[in-house]
Design a protein around this ligand. Structure first.
Ligand code: SF4
Length: 641
């Protein structure tokens, strides 16, 4: 029997800090036992590196594979950086990170015609089947071991793969897939694992025995909502009308009649709905109404006919060198799924009307209600999973929603520096609940925000529950009260514009400092990295509860049945507190970062919400009265000390 490898051999830094060795050891043990674990550790703890060191011994001993899932490209690159540090050029471990085809494809036909309405996998699949992608053809026969030997690197990020592949005129995406077969760690988006369609094609392609796979779920608080999104679908009235025009173009009477009937049924049902409203539908009702309005008999099977026609249209377009779009196909597939799910109690069937960019958008929404119906089938096939996050409290709740068994390990690890480097303050006497909202409250809130920002030496982030509340703070003179420049995250801002603004915001940190006004759950409060002075204080304005809508009621009712009457906690309260604590964690990104966290809503002080605060925040948080002066003093004293 070979000696067991030690996790310390895979830890790339001098000596693990307090807590890190605990976490490595715990993960190592759990993986060896083939179980699942839910871990919470604060930002700056080194979760990525510690997790890799914990799982790699078993993986190396057993020719296993780590599928390391994260949400953003930055997080995936971070995995590869840590793995490179572990490898240190010695080629003892190997790994690749993936982007989607959208980011890795180099075929000009795809790049010029790409749009979000068509799954690229479908077009790529057709091109490959017809030997019409030269970048793929050149990859035939490539041996991944030989390739890694030739380039003499065993850990490659997606941008590195794109670079080496482009040079050799090879498809970067398919090259990454070939390399994924032979490396120890594959860093990839959640969608590869939690989208049933992608999973069913991707995993067989990397030729890995699932019983040897360890799944790491980074930022695992996102997994329940990601799983629900991937199992949900939506069809707009606009797409149905496009399908009607397409049927007309191809002289297809049955398709045209059915789409017209479906469009009329959707329009009739939505005619009384206001802006941004939704209603629960009886799933079979819309199909019957569509058939009735179209005059088509059920026996004529319009959906099967449209699926067949749509597939032929797509093949024809591709043969003619055009991009294979067919909305007839899209409508047929969606409605087939709608009908086949009609007796599923873990789905809600909705009609939604909303205003987007000043025009009305009506859609049929097939809304999944059970994240475990996506996660559990995968968990049952693999060896085990490690779920990690800085905001996974309470662990029991997340463990259940992730689909872990009752005996799964739950562990919370603490930062040795938390107490002296952080201060948490809840301000009493103000809140953003509907009954409290008004000019008085917004004025007081603007004063608190300014008091916190002006008392902070570096930058401050202010994250409100909505853009509307942000605008209300501005109306009450927030900008004038600030002694620093204000940067505004605007709704619908392009990501390049946001990046430019954030760079400028960060560059002011070492001068007088600056203030960023954004929203909770937005790209800056969830994914933004603000180390050191680039954000030393954060003000979380309000509790970001979801707007009460029929889909939330349906989720609460379903969760009540699924999770022992905890529907409201799991479906409504917990997502709000997690969003708030994600924003609260922005100033403490590294172990030595100091940060002041202000929770500007008295409801955070109630036992009802406080029980969901993560330990790294709860243990440093106190409540103060409604006094901007006292808030300013507390923050000044903290930074002076
Ligand atoms: S094989 Fe690669 S390059 Fe070719 S179409 Fe597919 S993703 Fe693009």
């Amino acid at each position: 029997m070979t000696d067991e490898l030690s996790y310390i051999d895979f830890f790339p830094y001098d000596a693990p800090r307090e807590g890190q060795e605990d976490m490595m050891q715990t993960i190592n043990q759990v993986v060896r036992e083939g179980r699942n674990i839910c871990c919470e550790a604060p930002n700056g703890f080194g979760k990525t590196c510690v997790t890799l060191a914990g799982v790699l011994p078993w993986v190396k001993e057993n020719e296993g594979k780590v599928l390391y899932c994260a949400r953003t490209h930055k997080q995936l690159d971070r995995v590869i950086e840590e793995l490179s540090a572990i490898d240190d050029g010695e080629r003892v471990v190997s790994g690749v990170s993936f982007r989607g085809r959208r980011h890795m494809c180099i075929n000009p036909f795809i790049m010029e015609n790409m749009d979000s309405s068509i799954p690229l996998s479908e077009v790529c699949g057709q091109l490959k089947a017809e030997h019409r992608c030269p970048f793929y053809e050149r990859l035939r026969g490539l041996d991944p071991y030989d390739f890694l030997d030739k380039i003499a690197i065993s850990v490659l990020s997606a941008p590195q793969i794109i670079k080496v592949a482009k040079k050799r005129k090879l498809c970067p995406y398919e090259l990454a897939k070939k390399l994924a077969k032979v490396v120890d760690v594959v860093a990839l988006s959640y969608l590869y694992v939690f989208d049933p369609f992608i999973m069913s094609t991707f995993i067989p392609e990397i030729e890995t025995r699932l019983s040897n796979v360890i799944l790491v779920q980074d930022e695992a608080h996102n997994v329940p909502s990601t799983a629900l999104d991937s199992a949900s679908d939506s069809l707009t009235l606009g797409t149905i009308r496009q399908a009607m025009r397409e049927a007309n173009k191809y002289n297809d009477t049955l398709g045209k009649q059915f789409c017209r009937g479906l469009a009329k049924s959707v329009l009739d049902l939505s005619s009384e709905m206001g802006d941004n409203e939704e209603m629960i539908l009886k799933p079979e009702g819309i199909m019957s109404a569509a058939l009735e309005n179209s005059g088509v008999e059920r026996e004529e099977q319009p959906l099967a006919h449209m699926e067949d026609l749509g597939a032929k249209i797509k093949i024809g377009l591709l043969k003619a060198g055009k991009f294979p779009r067919s909305t007839i196909f899209r409508v047929a597939k969606f409605m087939q799924r709608w009908v086949s799910h009609s007796d599923r109690v873990d789905y809600a069937f909705l009609l939604k009307s909303e205003i987007r960019r000043s025009s009305r958008r009506v859609s049929l929404d097939l809304h999944a209600l059970d994240p475990t119906s996506v996660t559990q089938p995968i968990l049952s096939m693999i060896r085990g999973s490690v779920a990690i996050s800085g905001t996974l409290s309470p662990l029991e709740a997340y463990s259940e929603m992730l689909g872990f068994e009752n005996s799964a390990v739950r562990a919370s690890f603490r930062s040795p520096f938390a107490l002296k480097n952080r201060i948490g303050i809840i301000v009493d006497g103000v809140d953003t609940s509907y009954k409290s909202r008004g000019q008085d409250v917004y004025t007081q809130m603007a004063e608190h925000c300014a008091a916190a920002a002006n008392a902070t030496p570096g930058n401050t982030g202010i994250f409100t529950t909505s853009y509307h509340i942000g605008r209300s703070l501005l109306k009450m003179g927030l900008e004038k009260k600030l002694e620093k420049k204000l940067f505004l995250e605007e709704q619908g801002m392009k990501s390049s514009e946001n990046d430019k603004m954030i760079n400028e915001f960060k560059s002011r940190a070492t001068g007088k400092g600056a203030v960023l006004l954004g929203v909770q759950g937005g790209r800056n409060s969830e994914g933004g990295d603000f180390p050191g002075e680039t954000m030393e204080c954060v003000v979380v304005v309000g509790v970001p509860y979801a707007k009460p809508m029929p889909r939330i009621d349906a989720l609460i009712a379903y969760y009540d049945r699924r999770f022992n009457n905890r529907g409201r906690d799991y479906a409504y309260v917990l997502p709000a507190v997690t969003r708030a604590t994600q924003a609260a964690g922005r100033p403490v990104r590294r172990l030595n970062d100091r940060g002041a966290i202000v929770l500007l809503d008295q409801r955070f002080a109630t036992p009802y919400l406080r029980r969901f605060l993560p330990s790294w925040l709860e243990e440093v948080t106190t409540v103060i009265p409604n006094s901007p002066e006292m808030l300013s003093n507390r923050i000044s004293e903290f930074f002076a000390s």
